[in-house]
Every structure is written in C-alpha cells, then in structure tokens.
Design a protein around this ligand. Structure first.
Ligand code: PLP
Length: 349
C-alpha cells in the first residue's frame, strides 16, 4: 500500500547482457596503466576503513578545482553526477513546479522527477536533434523552475545551440548544463557562465574519462549557489576510496587521461568513417565518446550484434529514436570487431 506508486515506476535500466565487446555504457574503454594502479593500491591499503571520510572532500576538491581551472568553493561533489541531478531536482525551486528538458535525452532527469512526483515539461528536439525555440517556448508556458540540457546530448551525440540554453536561463529558469561528454568536444563549455551566474550550473562526471567505478560527479556553480546546494548533500557521499583514488588519478594520472581522451576522439573519427561506408546505415554527427546510428531494423541488428559478441545500446524505445543504436567508442581492436560484426549483420538482413 505504502509503495503502490512504485508499482508502475520505470527505473533506470542499463544493458547487462554479457558480451565479449561492451560498447553500451559510454565508458572510457582504457584501463589505467599498471604504475598508476600500483600507486592507487598502495594508497588504498593505508585507508583507515573504520573511519568516516572527510565530509567536505576538501583535498579532492582542491585537485578537481585545479583540473577544471575554478576554485574549490565553486564545487559540489556527488556520488556520480546522477546524485547531483537528483539533488537539483529535489531542492531547486518549488517541488510542484516543473522540471524542463528536451527529449530524447539522458533519462535520469525524468527518473528523478518521477521519484519525487515533480511535474515535467518535456519538449521535443527538432529533426537534427537540435533545440527548437518554439518547443522551448511551449515548455516555458508550463512555468518550470529548473532546466536540464545535456550538451553534448546523450543519446544523440550532438551539442546544443548555446544561445538557446542561455535564452532559457535568461527567462528566469535555473539552468543545469550537463557536460558529461564535454571532454570529447571542441565546443565552448559553460564553466564561465556557471562561475559568474546565480542561475546557471555545470555538471561534470569522472565516469566518461576513466573513473566510472569510483562514482564521482562534480557540480560547478558560483560560490553562493554551491554553498547552498552543498547543505542539502548527503554528509559522507564521497567515500574514502573515491577521495583517495580521485586525488591520485587527477594529479599523477592527468597526462594518462588526456592521452586516452585524444585516442578516443581519433578512434571516433575512424570508426564513424568506416560505418558510414556500410550501405543502409545512417550515421549521426557526434561530439561525444559514442555515436548514434540508424539501421533498417533496430531490434534485429541489436540482437544479431550480440550474437557476434558485441553489445551496443538499443535506443528504439525512446521518442524519435526508431531503429537507432548508440555505439560507444572502444579500444581500436574492439572497434574493429564492431565494424566487422556490423558488416556481417548488414549483409545477412
Ligand atoms: C548526460 C549524462 N549525464 C550524466 C550521466 C551520469 O553519470 P554518472 O556516472 O556520473 O552518474 C550520464 C551517464 O551516462 C550521462 O550520459
């Protein structure tokens, strides 16, 4: 009885079918080098696990601030950016005023709003998956107080029109720009706006650049906004191991991450060019560590790729995503396996 409203609730689902090549979760495919893992092992061994971690994550914040070129006071850390999204949906504005976001996009904005029973002002992207001012205006009529823009967007891969994001903020909406994939893009970010405005914040994550396993998300805001949001955070949300590993990787491993990102971006170009040559497939442009393709029959191609040992994400269930599959960039050899498998599948269907 008490939990009845959860009976029809759709939680966030991820692809879990075991496969030789996993290109379904937009992770960094490269692990850390042995020398860095050794340093991490040594440091983790010395953690007093009987003790609570630093509730302010001060040392880690200093490292992250340096990594992004902002101050530690601009930061709120989360157990993944999912937690920060939920924090915003929980505390920004009145709970009976809608959260607006375009569709298709990252599902957690919707999931968080649904958990809290908060109204949603969803609006459609245009045919090129770009923001459409008329659709934004329609959503604004519902008087939302919080907006999410994932740019580059997941699952479409493209970046959104800056001016329309700013337009939304100028209309008095607290605007969160989710830059989970910004490291793979050459478009301008919103860090400057976030640090200097009381209405725009940026969300980042370490998950896409190599640390999905430690769950570390970062919200960047002006100091007053960050300090207020931080009051509503769970006190020990960043675990001791996460604080220690984050500090090591974002200092000593900085070059490693930079090189891995470069490799992913160059692989993206190579793989997309190869896939473009396969007949019957439409490839959409991407600023992220994944790209979207449209195939003749999404369900069948997805299933047949699994039979070939390759897991990609079937997006067909989302609006505007009929027969669309999302493919993460893997290691060069994984990408080759995917290209070969896709060619085989397309020859058979
Ligand atoms: C746009 C976007 N934001 C946030 C996240 C969640 O990241 P995290 O692992 O930090 O919770 C993802 C993960 O796929 C994403 O695509």
């Amino acid at each position: 009885m008490f939990l009845d409203r959860l009976k029809n609730f759709k939680s966030y689902k991820t692809e879990t079918t075991p496969c030789r090549v996993k290109l379904s979760s937009n992770e960094n495919p490269f692990d850390l080098p042995e020398w860095l893992k050794e340093k991490i092992s040594e440091a983790v061994k010395n953690i007093p696990l009987n003790r609570y971690p630093d509730p302010t994550s001060q040392e880690l914040k200093e490292v992250i601030a340096d990594f992004y070129g902002v101050s530690p006071e601009n930061l709120v850390l989360g157990n993944g950016s999912d937690e920060l999204i939920h924090l915003l949906v929980t505390v920004v504005g009145q709970i009976d005023r809608p959260v607006m976001y375009p569709v298709p996009t990252f599902p957690m904005y919707q999931v968080s709003a649904d958990i809290l029973g908060r109204p949603k002002a969803e609006f459609l992207l245009d045919q090129n998956f770009q923001l459409d001012k008329r659709e934004i205006d329609k959503a604004l009529e519902k008087e939302p107080q919080l907006a999410f823009f994932a740019s580059p967007n997941n699952p479409t891969g493209n970046s959104f029109d800056r001016d329309l994001i700013l337009y939304t903020a100028e209309r008095g909406i607290f605007t969160a720009v989710d830059e989970a994939y910004i490291h793979f893009s050459d478009k301008k970010d919103f860090l400057n706006e976030a640090v200097n405005s009381d209405r725009i914040v940026v969300i980042r994550t370490m998950s896409k650049i190599g640390l999905a396993g430690i769950r570390l998300g970062v919200l960047i805001a002006n100091k007053d906004v960050a300090s207020l949001l931080d009051r509503a955070r769970q006190p020990f949300n960043i675990t001791y191991p996460t604080q220690i590993i984050g500090k090591i990787v974002l200092t000593e491993g900085k070059e490693v991450i930079k090189n891995q990102i470069e490799k992913i971006v160059s692989e993206r170009k190579r793989v997309m060019e190869q896939v473009q040559k396969i007949k019957g497939i439409k490839v959409y442009p991407s600023d992220a560590n994944f790209f979207l393709i449209k195939v003749p029959d999404g369900e069948t191609v997805h299933r047949m790729l699994i039979e070939e040992g390759v897991l990609v994400r079937n997006m067909s269930h989302l609006p505007m995503m009929e027969n669309c599959l999302r493919v993460s960039i893997g290691k060069p050899e994984e990408n080759d396996t995917f290209i070969k498998a896709l060619k085989n599948v397309m020859e058979k269907i």
